[in-house]
Design a protein around this ligand. Structure first.
Ligand code: SF4
Length: 96
């Protein structure tokens, strides 16, 4: 398997580390639709089972996908509400 560096901005995730690094050994990325079907406990180890049940999934845009490995850090609070964070992301995107 190739080594892969995963950069992530989700600071309240258990696997997040300084420098916007993901420290998880494996992550499962899937579509939002599939992510919503399964409980939090379903993760990378179940990837083949998900494909057996639903077939390969397709997304049209990056924002149709999610990290199913996300685990809230104990006691961590999000830096803002989803609406506030969306506003910040939009302002950041207009700078580039
Ligand atoms: S597990 Fe997912 S959400 Fe958590 S740090 Fe890694 S990439 Fe980000």
């Amino acid at each position: 398997m190739p080594q892969l560096e995963v950069y992530c901005t989700v600071r309240n995730c258990h696997y997040w580390a300084d420098g916007e690094h993901c420290t998880a050994e494996k992550i499962l990325v899937t579509t939002d639709a599939i992510g919503r079907l399964y409980p939090e406990s379903v993760d990378a180890a179940e990837a083949q089972d998900i494909v057996r049940q639903h077939g390969p999934t397709e997304a049209e845009k990056c924002y149709d996908t999610c990290c199913k490995t996300f685990t809230p850090r104990d006691g961590a609070k999000p830096a803002g509400t989803p609406a506030k964070m969306a506003g910040k992301a939009q302002r950041l995107a207009t700078r580039h």
